[in-house]
Design a protein around this ligand. Structure first.
Ligand SMILES: Cc1ncc(C[n+]2csc(CCOP(=O)(O)OP(=O)(O)O)c2C)c(N)n1
Ligand SMILES: [Mg+2]
Length: 323
């Protein structure tokens, strides 16, 4: 395991707490979906926590992010409320989109979370637009754009990043390379190993990091966001990671070779960071336990809130709908 100059204690605690919130939230959603309490389908972020948390820990509340179909972790990392995310996933009126969006359409503008989207690659030009808005208003905000390896083969990737590069927009494009787009492995659809290599065709930095190492992600994102705020333009940051489960709730992921899955699951970002915190004496076991208890209580409270909340009524079906 690599070592880094350690961040201040409260920051490290915050990184661990956020990653654990995402893990417990996702494991709980998985269970509740199995009990038929959640409608639709779900795409879980478990295994990829270090990416959203490492990036968002560098962002301010007034910075922006765009997300994907696998968006619960991005919402949590950017500071959205667990209760309202859970309520939205349940389809309840108290959810972020009044229960009409569900798992793949959660947004919270109050914390700069511009939205999850079911359309692969659709968040990329939206982040470019957020970057243009920042530039036109002349503020020092930044935008981070999360998308997958699969999305990097979409036209929106080229269009969005090329424009941001040309106009030096304050955006960091974060590719969550979990090696698969649904059941299709990266090697079946790309001749390159590192998506970050594509940065050279836009004349911007391309950086690849271990996306299961929260401090590696934090440091790389820190540099990219500093560049963005300083008016030096975008960075393509590729984080290599792996989902703990299948693509969606219905996918057993039998297409992933056993040895590959085993090797990646051994590098699970959560126990890894926990061990690192203890070994470097950054946090005591007691402090870690306190964080773990608080997270369990917060996730339980979110479930209770969602279960007790009402569904939207049929009369409200057309409220807040354009056209
Ligand atoms: C434009 C578009 N094409 C296809 C799909 C179907 N689809 C949903 S998720 C997905 C895979 C996306 O893979 P990736 O971008 O690597 O994200 P990951 O699921 O691995 O996080 C596909 C093809 C879609 N939702 N939108
Ligand atoms: Mg993928």
């Amino acid at each position: 395991m690599e070592t880094y100059p350690l961040l201040e204690k409260e920051k490290l605690k915050e990184l661990y707490r956020k990653m654990l919130e995402i893990r417990r939230f996702e494991d709980t959603v998985f269970e509740l979906f199995g009990k038929n309490l959640i409608p639709g389908t779900i795409h879980l972020y478990a295994g990829e926590e270090a990416v959203a948390v490492g990036v968002c820990a560098n962002l301010r509340k007034d910075d922006y992010i765009t997300s994907t179909h696998r968006g619960h972790g991005h919402c949590i990392a950017k500071g959205a409320q667990l209760k309202r995310i859970m309520a939205e996933i349940f389809g309840k009126k108290t959810g972020y989109c009044k229960g009409k969006g569900g798992s793949m359409h959660i947004a919270d503008f109050s914390v700069g979370m511009l939205g999850a989207t079911a359309v692969v690659g659709a968040g990329i030009p939206i982040a470019t637009g957020a970057g243009l808005s920042i530039k036109l208003r002349g503020t020092d905000q930044a935008a981070a754009c999360f998308f997958g390896d699969g999305a990097s083969n979409q036209g929106t990737f080229h269009e969005g990043i090329n424009l941001a590069a040309t106009w030096s927009l304050p955006v960091i494009y974060v590719c969550e390379n979990n090696l698969y787009a649904m059941g299709t492995s990266q090697s079946a659809v790309m001749r390159i190993k590192d998506v970050a290599d594509r940065a050279s065709s836009y004349g911007i930095p391309g950086v690849t990091v271990d996306g299961n190492d929260v401090l590696a992600v934090y440091n790389a994102a820190n540099e990219a966001i500093k560049r963005a705020r300083a008016g030096k333009g975008p960075t393509l940051l590729e984080c290599k990671t792996y989902r703990r489960r299948g693509h969606s709730r219905f996918d057993p992921a039998t297409y992933r070779p056993e040895e590959e899955a085993e090797a990646w699951l051994k590098r699970d970002p959560l126990p890894r960071f926990r061990t690192q915190l203890l070994e470097t004496a950054a946090l005591t076991l007691e402090e870690i336990t306190r964080v773990e208890e608080a997270v369990s209580a917060a996730v339980e409270a979110a479930v209770q809130f969602a279960m007790e909340s009402p569904y939207p009524t049929p009369e409200e079906a057309l409220d807040d709908v354009y056209a």
